[in-house]
Write a new protein. Structure first.
Length: 194
């Protein structure tokens, strides 16, 4: 795991310094002092150096959501689960900003990031459906809440960066979630048998 982490850290640095397209897997491996073959033991491509972390984030978000108190409203449970993002930004600000810039500047990374977030939405919706004791294939709420939360996250992160990070991401996320979820959730009506 230490080599994987080092490869990731060095790759992000090289991508930031030299550009994503200009940096090769060989460059990353050489900077760490390992062979290119070793690089490919950990990653299938240089894209995966950036995007592999997103898979784990999705798993962790869903896990945090599942661990929230059962009686907590979906809005609150989702918002508290997204504390994961603010913790990562606080713990690893340079890495977080580099990831933000890379996924914004490199179209292929942005496209794959959207794919990853679609997967997150499904994971979160499944957890919400369990928490709400409903079926996500019939009830729109779990998928809608998950998609709304992820949109609020995207808008909050973009706003945080665009405004020079003068406010904390935590504060902006609170505002974004409050605005996005200002309409109380209602239970869908069941059709009476005819």
């Amino acid at each position: 795991m230490a080599i994987r982490n080092e490869l990731t850290a060095v790759a992000v640095r090289l991508f930031t310094e030299h550009g994503f397209a200009e940096t090769t897997a060989r460059d990353i491996a050489q900077a760490v002092g390992v062979s290119e073959r070793t690089f490919f033991r950990y990653f299938t491509s240089k894209d995966d150096v950036i995007l592999g972390a997103l898979d784990q984030l999705g798993v962790e978000l869903a896990s945090r959501l599942a661990a929230r108190p059962a009686n907590e409203a979906p809005f609150s449970a989702l918002r508290r689960s997204f504390d994961l993002m603010t913790e990562i930004v606080a713990k690893e600000p340079e890495w977080s900003l580099a990831m933000l810039e890379l996924t914004r500047q490199v179209p292929s990374l942005r496209a794959r990031q959207v794919e990853k977030q679609d997967k997150w939405a499904t994971q979160l919706a499944d957890v919400l459906a369990d928490r709400m004791d409903t079926d996500a294939s019939v009830d729109l709420r779990p998928s809608l809440y998950a998609a709304t939360a992820l949109s609020a996250l995207d808008v909050a992160v973009s706003h945080w960066d665009a405004t020079g990070r003068t406010q904390t991401l935590d504060e902006i996320l609170d505002s974004a979630f409050a605005m996005a979820f200002n309409t109380p959730a209602t239970t869908p009506r069941r059709r009476s048998p005819t």
